[in-house]
Design a protein around this ligand. Structure first.
Ligand code: SF4
Ligand code: SF4
Length: 100
C-alpha cells in the first residue's frame, strides 16, 4: 500500500497507539510501565502525528516501539504497489462541520 501522507487514518481511526510517556530516549518501550499502549479514539488527533510541508508524518514510525504495535499492524492492508484509498473514503464521509 502506497501512503499518500494525508493523515486521515491517524485522525479518524480508533486504534491502540504507543503511550508517548512509555517511549524511552532510545526509541524502545520502558519495561517498567505496566501499560505501554493507550487508546486513540476515532476523530481524535494522534499525539504522534505531525505535518511537515503539508505531509503527514508519524513521529514514532521508525522507532523500535512502533514495530509490531496494533497501530502498525492495522494499516498494513491492500496491494503493496497500490495507492491507499482510505483517505478518499474519509473525505467522502466528511460532514460540513468536520473541516479535517
Ligand atoms: S489514509 Fe492512507 S494515504 Fe492517508 S495517511 Fe493514512 S495510510 Fe496514508
Ligand atoms: S502512531 Fe503514528 S501511524 Fe499510528 S495513528 Fe499515530 S501518527 Fe498515525
Amino acid at each position: 500500500m502506497i501512503c499518500l501522507r494525508c493523515g486521515y487514518c491517524c485522525d479518524h481511526l480508533d486504534v491502540m497507539i504507543v503511550d508517548p510517556r512509555a517511549i524511552r530516549a532510545d526509541g524502545t518501550i520502558d519495561p517498567q510501565r505496566t501499560s505501554a499502549m493507550v487508546s486513540k479514539p476515532s476523530d481524535t488527533r494522534c499525539p504522534h502525528l505531525e505535518f511537515r510541508d503539508g505531509m503527514a508524518a508519524c513521529t514514532i514510525h521508525e522507532l523500535a516501539c512502533y514495530q509490531g504495535s496494533p497501530c502498525q499492524l492495522f494499516v498494513q492492508f491492500g496491494p503493496e504497489d497500490d495507492i491507499c484509498i482510505l483517505g478518499g473514503y474519509f473525505r467522502s464521509i466528511r460532514t460540513p462541520d468536520d473541516p479535517a
